[in-house]
Design a protein around this ligand. Structure first.
Ligand code: C2E
Ligand code: CA
Ligand code: CA
Ligand code: CA
Length: 278
């Protein structure tokens, strides 16, 4: 082995070591991070295509770690799911979302907000009751909250998923199927689940203009969802061309960098005051 390869191996080894160390730091710090309020929410506005105005939000969690700084959910949601912390994290998200949405309502911005639920949360039989209590305590009507679930929960346990979603709906909340098209057996699950909103995954939107098949799939999914009485919500819209194409296909709502990036509550309040007529 020559000295150049050896050097390269050393660099790689150091990088792998750094990544493992980071992962360990995240694992060890998450429980304390949830307890001591190191989590924060960003909110991403959703555009209603009937009006061109903001109609709702999606709450997206971030973690401000004391040493590592800002960490995105792709690095810690999986850790939370594997280590039994997802319930505590999810409770925090619902409570914080409720408080923030109530504040926005009081400021004259009557928006709904979507929250993401992991399969583990949804399959916990206490979840609907806990969510209801949290909303009650915050003083927010459940109809302002939309619960986003993925197909994975349904795949894990169809009966319990249907049961949980029915309870949440009875309490007055909306249900959205997130990342539609990325899981398995999508169409069959869709038929059985009490879903109000279908969120088309951004991987389809990305290919929309280049790939004829993607275009046809999205069009078929929109028609099918409408036939089932669902609202169609597309995510990951980054360009005016993607937006125009989705409008033409009859999509109901859009979310993506084209309309707005996710923002913290303070930035959102400024953005809303510039983008709504109140
Ligand atoms: P998701 O639910 O599919 O959320 C949408 C993700 O796409 C967000 O990433 C958002 O910032 C990003 N995004 C929005 N518009 C665009 C766009 O135009 N282009 C591109 N390329 N990306 C866009 P983020 O915030 O990093 O969240 C990643 C994932 O983490 C979420 O995917 C969701 O699965 C999970 N997550 C976030 N917050 C929570 C939470 O409170 N609980 C749970 N269980 N999962 C969460
Ligand atoms: Ca989501
Ligand atoms: Ca999604
Ligand atoms: Ca996703």
């Amino acid at each position: 082995i020559d000295s150049q390869s050896l050097e390269l191996l050393n660099v790689l080894d150091a990088e792998i070591h750094e990544l493992a160390k980071r992962r360990k730091t995240i694992e060890l710090g998450l429980a304390k991070g949830i307890e001591s309020n190191e989590l924060v929410l960003d909110f991403q506005p959703v555009e209603d295509l009937k009006t061109g105005l903001v109609c709702g939000l999606e709450a997206l969690v971030r973690w401000t770690h004391p040493e590592l700084g800002r960490i995105m959910p792709c690095e810690f949601i999986g850790v939370a799911e594997d280590s039994g912390l997802i319930d505590a994290l999810g409770d925090w998200v619902i409570e914080s979302t409720s408080r923030a949405i109530l504040e926005l309502h009081q400021q004259g911005f009557p928006l709904w907000c979507a929250v993401n639920c992991s399969a583990g949360q949804l399959l916990n039989p206490d979840f609907p009751n806990k969510a209801q209590k949290a909303l009650q305590e915050a003083g927010l009507d459940p109809r302002w909250i939309e619960f986003e679930v993925t197909e994975s929960a349904a795949i894990d346990d169809m009966t319990r998923t249907v049961e949980a979603l029915k309870k949440l709906k009875l309490q007055g909340s909306q249900i959205a199927m997130d990342d539609f098209g990325t899981g398995y057996a999508s169409l069959n699950y869709l038929r059985q689940l009490p879903v109000d909103v279908l969120k088309i995954d951004k991987s389809f939107v990305m290919d929309l203009l280049e790939d004829k098949n993607s275009h046809m799939i999205v069009k078929a999914v929109i028609d099918l969802a409408h036939a089932l009485g669902m609202v169609v919500h597309a995510e990951g819209i980054e360009t005016a061309e993607q937006r125009a194409s989705l409008i033409q296909m009859g999509c109901d709502r859009l979310q993506g960098y084209w309309f707005s990036r996710p923002m913290d509550l303070a930035a959102l309040q400024i953005w809303l005051s510039q983008h709504t007529a109140t």
